[in-house]
Design a protein around this ligand. Structure first.
Ligand SMILES: Cc1cc2nc3c(=O)[nH]c(=O)nc-3n(C[C@H](O)[C@H](O)[C@H](O)COP(=O)(O)OP(=O)(O)OC[C@H]3O[C@@H](n4cnc5c(N)ncnc54)[C@H](O)[C@@H]3O)c2cc1C
Length: 417
């Protein structure tokens, strides 16, 4: 379909997958990602294979999509970019704002000197994937240059003169025949629950544990960097919660947490793992065997803790009701992992206003003409922006959206393999 252009909003696994599907058909894709890096949440997930046996967590699929998208000649990628407005007169015309690009991708060699010399922790951030180039980005919220111009050591140290902290944001227009919104989700913020997240160092989210496993391969206590003797997972944090009016199940958290729990037992067998849950949601046809094996290593407690207190030595006292006996119990853990749920993305309001899309009863995006084979207005949605879904489901949803876009643009005879 030479000559056709599609704008994709969001460079997570859904946006990347749709971009590849369309670009393989000679369609020009403009992929706009608002953060500094491509890959969305799932690029930070660790492979959870045990003894080199795949447990189908999906993490490797994201890396593969990212690698293909960044090298595809028909995909033009803009990170740090967000659509501000859109008009339609036959084709779409989108106005896009791109934040200042402080590191020039053409010059940067990913040597890491900027990051090594930076005096402020977190002012230069690293991607989770070497397929993101540059691998580094300036965090404007923490960089001293953006605060009071007192430091520009990264510019002085860069041997390629790739860093320009005075670079300004830019605005430009994209013309497109169709638009795909793949802006993903927002993990539930557990500060709204009585588990001490943000106050107790050793209470982390499942996403933070994923990132720790991906970067270091081990699980350590943030308070002292030592291995924990015992870890508790608490499921359904922000999902299936009537008090929050979050009645939906996030679907992926049980599988993800159980796989991480097994990985911990495999790599750190001395660490005890306890799993607090309401009921375990199944995932995939191999689930029964996986769950049976998991229960041999992991202590399963069917209860959701009420609250957590910190002890003097930074351990965590977890209170819960032991159901068969209806007794309140307290147990001490070194590390607590909160399985935070999937909630509608923070830009949903803006996206729904700009692209004239409705939200469903929970606040996720609906496609216009969702049930029809061809959307009537040329704006489509894919991935977790539509509701909780796994990596594999996000890829499938992206494939389906790409097919609908091709139909909409007139390529009715095309078939996907
Ligand atoms: C705790 C937890 C554990 C999980 N574990 C697993 C697992 O083990 N296996 C599995 O299959 N799935 C897992 N998932 C689900 C998985 O994260 C999702 O399926 C996947 O991330 C969805 O991809 P996506 O591209 O739709 O969204 P995202 O990953 O959220 O990516 C969306 C992208 O869009 C960008 N964006 C947002 N707004 C805009 C905008 N306005 N303009 C431009 N760009 C924008 C974002 O910056 C982001 O890069 C887990 C989820 C959670 C919460």
């Amino acid at each position: 379909m030479r000559g056709k252009h599609v704008l994709i909003v969001g460079g997570g696994v859904a946006g990347l997958s749709a971009a590849i599907e369309l670009a393989d058909l000679d369609i020009r894709v403009e992929l706009n990602e608002k953060s500094n890096f491509l890959g969305g949440h799932a690029i930070g997930y660790a492979c959870k294979a045990i003894d080199n046996t795949c447990v189908k967590c999906g993490a490797c699929m994201v890396e593969e999509k990212l690698q293909r998208a960044v090298s595809h000649p028909n995909i033009n990628i803009s990170v740090g970019s967000q659509t501000q407005g859109i008009s339609k007169n036959g084709r779409f015309s989108a106005s896009v704002r791109r934040q200042a690009l402080c590191i020039d991708p053409e010059k940067c060699t990913n040597c890491g000197l900027c990051s090594n010399r930076c005096p402020v922790n977190g002012a230069i951030i690293k991607s989770f994937s070497k397929n993101n180039h540059p691998f580094y980005a300036i965090n404007i919220a923490k960089c001293l240059y953006f605060k009071d111009r007192s430091c520009s050591i990264c510019c002085d140290e860069c041997p390629e003169a790739a860093i320009d902290l005075d670079n300004s944001p830019s605005e430009y227009t994209i013309e497109a025949d169709a638009v795909l919104i793949a802006a993903g989700f927002l993990p539930f913020n557990p500060r709204n629950k009585p588990y001490g997240y943000g106050r107790f160092k050793n209470v982390v989210t499942a996403l933070e544990l994923e990132n720790m496993l991906k970067r270091t391969g081990r699980v350590k206590k943030p308070s002292d960097d030592l291995l924990p003797q015992n870890v508790a997972f608490i499921q359904c944090v922000g999902s299936r919660d009537a008090k929050l009016n979050h009645l939906w199940c996030s679907k992926v958290c049980c599988g993800s947490a159980l796989r991480m729990a097994r990985l911990i037992k495999d790599r750190q067998p001395e660490t005890e793992v306890t799993f607090f849950y309401i009921d375990v949601q199944t995932f995939g046809k191999d689930f029964e065997q996986f769950y049976r094996e998991a229960r041999e290593d992991i202590r399963m407690i069917r209860a959701i803790p009420a609250d957590i207190y910190e002890t003097e030595n930074k351990a965590l006292k977890v209170n819960f009701v032991n159901h068969p006996l209806h007794q309140t119990r307290e147990e001490i853990f070194d590390l607590v992992v909160l399985s935070v749920g999937i909630t509608p993305g923070e830009d949903i309001g803006n996206l729904s206003r700009i692209f004239k899309l409705d939200t469903d009863q929970f606040g996720f995006l609906k496609s216009a003409g969702e049930d029809a084979t061809v959307s009537s207005n040329g704006v489509f949605t894919a991935g977790a922006v539509r509701g909780p879904m796994s990596i594999a489901e996000s890829i499938a949803s992206a494939g389906s959206a790409a097919w609908k876009i091709v139909k909409y643009m007139g390529g009715r005879d095309l078939k996907f393999d």
